[in-house]
Design a protein around this ligand. Structure first.
Ligand SMILES: *Cc1c(COP(=O)(O)O)cnc(C)c1O
Length: 356
């Protein structure tokens, strides 16, 4: 089979999605499935949809177009403010987009009128993460301006936490977002149909808070795909962390003397895997306990095995964190292989089909 490759277990992704959707539904919160880490892979997107997400979300229009070409008709939200140069395609392919700039929203309106559509706009509010967003003090003025632009409809507000900064979405932060929604409706009328709280980092708040306030949507990527809480790196209860696995082939195994002083008599089995920094983020890989990563270059990954030597031609099974997953899914030389799509507890047979 093609190597290196990412093996994707769609049954586990569907199961993680269903667990999270149901958990949040009990709190009155709907879930969008975020597909950017898998480059809009249509199999993954469909697994999220069959797990019950109310729509999909991606940061890049190229990923959205990939999903539309694959026949996905579910609503898709663009969660990065559109480039002016891409507004036509944004209106064509996305029902909703996140916005922070009036100039962009005006252009979305122009394109929407040309296509005879109304494009929905969510205003991204800056809540301390210091990445994208309208400052809370400017929100009402911005909303009033958006309401006057033909071709677009203001649908709500959204916040971002723990992307650039390390602001944890605690109760005071989330209450502040709810208060902003209320204040905005006081000024502009019912324009906050959607109050989108944030990504996977908001799950602990959403499941534990005494009240969700006005927040009625989360946008989940990492929790669905990897079963992890991005803030702690720990597993989220009840989720699978092994929906994705990386397979790389051993191309050299030799005994190499340790050049380190004081370790002259120590030798180990060193192997080279045919994969490198072009394909994956080495710092975000999880090797089996008997294998240690020694270093990586663009095309080689050097590992040390403490037990038996790795056989040339055999494959190493490697777990991936978010950054490794993201890079591997976008790397042209890493094949994406979907494992037989059935629930994992049926004892999934490893029958695979190569997709790309
Ligand atoms: C990536 C992203 C998300 C999803 O984040 P996860 O931590 O993967 O759940 C949500 N919202 C925005 C705006 C994003 O860019």
């Amino acid at each position: 089979m093609t190597s290196p490759r990412v093996e994707i277990d769609l049954g586990k992704i569907r199961s993680n999605t269903r667990t999270l959707v149901q958990r949040l539904q009990r709190r009155g919160i709907t879930t969008l499935g975020v597909t950017k880490a898998v480059c809009g892979h249509s199999g993954v997107a469909n697994a999220m949809l069959s797990g019950g997400v109310s729509g999909l979300a991606d940061a890049r229009i190229s990923n959205v177009e990939r999903m539309r070409k694959a026949g996905i008709t579910a609503p898709i939200t663009l969660i990065r403010t559109p480039m002016v140069s891409q507004t036509e395609n944004v209106v064509r392919h996305c029902e909703v987009s996140y916005n922070t700039e009036i100039a962009v929203i005006e252009q979305l309106g122009v394109e929407a009128l040309k296509l005879g559509r109304v494009h929905s706009v969510i205003l991204m509010v800056e809540m301390g993460d210091l990445r994208d967003g309208v400052p809370p003090d400017d929100l009402a003025a911005c909303a009033i301006r958006v309401m006057s632009i033909p071709g677009v409809a203001l649908k709500g507000i959204a916040a971002n936490f723990t992307c650039l900064g390390h602001i944890a979405p605690d109760q005071p932060k989330m209450s502040a977002l709810s208060a902003l929604a209320k204040e905005l409706e006081g000024i502009c009328g019912p324009v906050t149909q959607t109050v989108s709280g944030g990504g996977s980092v908001c799950i602990p708040w959403a499941t534990q808070a005494p009240s969700r306030g006005r927040v009625n949507e989360l946008r989940l990527g990492e929790a669905i795909l990897l079963g992890l809480d991005p803030m702690t790196g720990g597993q989220i209860e009840g989720l699978r962390t092994d929906a994705f696995a990386l397979k790389a082939e051993v191309i050299e195994t030799k005994i190499k003397q340790q050049p380190l002083e004081g370790f002259e008599d120590r030798c180990s089995f060193r192997s080279i895997l045919a994969i490198g920094c072009q394909d994956v983020d080495p710092a975000s890989l999880h090797f089996p306990p008997n294998i240690t990563l020694m270093g990586a270059t663009s095309d080689h990954m050097v590992v040390e095995s403490t037990t038996i030597p790795l056989k040339v031609g055999s494959e190493c099974h490697i777990g991936m964190g978010y950054n490794a997953l993201m890079r591997a899914m976008s790397a042209p030389d890493v094949a994406k292989v979907v494992l037989d799509d059935r629930p994992y507890h049926d004892g999934a047979v490893e029958k695979a089909t190569v997709l790309s």
